[in-house]
Design a protein around this ligand. Structure first.
Ligand code: THU
Length: 144
């Protein structure tokens, strides 16, 4: 994926993080999912007083897209860190989100893990493939 696209997604994930509802963990996450048709679906983590119903930012983005009939994806960006502070350390998708991505995306699918400097002024990112994040995964192919 080109630098410009990675940066665009990184910025959208950081922006989506601002909508995070995380009163229990105090950890705010944002995600931006680029669909094959060029649309970007964003998501944030949404927590719940009963804890169990809480959902991650990445899954909100995937479910928004799939619920609108979109199943082809090019890349995902994620950014997370303590709420109210810049997301200045690396945040990778949790295991459940890796599994959900595996349902729709190939092992080569790029995951842009975005972060900023301590002041939140400069955006950086590290790109990992879904295959690196979830090797030897169980996916739709296993049920064919
Ligand atoms: N979280 C995400 O939204 N995505 C991740 O990749 C890691 C974790 C959320 C879940 C919970 O609301 C909070 O971050 C702390 O785990």
């Amino acid at each position: 994926m080109d630098e410009k696209t990675a940066e665009m997604l990184a910025e959208k994930a950081l922006k989506a993080r601002e909508s995070s509802y995380c009163p229990y963990s105090g950890f705010a996450v944002g995600a931006a999912l680029l669909a094959a048709d060029g649309r970007v679906y964003t998501g944030c983590n949404i927590e719940n007083a009963a804890f169990g119903p809480s959902v991650c930012a990445e899954r909100v983005a995937v479910f928004k897209a799939v619920s609108e009939g979109v199943r082809g994806f090019k890349a995902l960006a994620v950014a997370g860190g303590p709420a109210g502070k810049p997301a200045s350390s690396l945040c990778t998708p949790c295991g459940v989100c890796r599994q959900v991505l595996t349902e729709f995306c190939a092992p080569s699918f790029p995951v842009v893990c975005a972060f900023t400097d301590e002041e939140g002024a400069k955006t950086e990112w590290r790109i990992m493939s879904l295959g690196e994040l979830l090797p030897e995964s169980f996916g739709p192919g296993n049920l064919e």
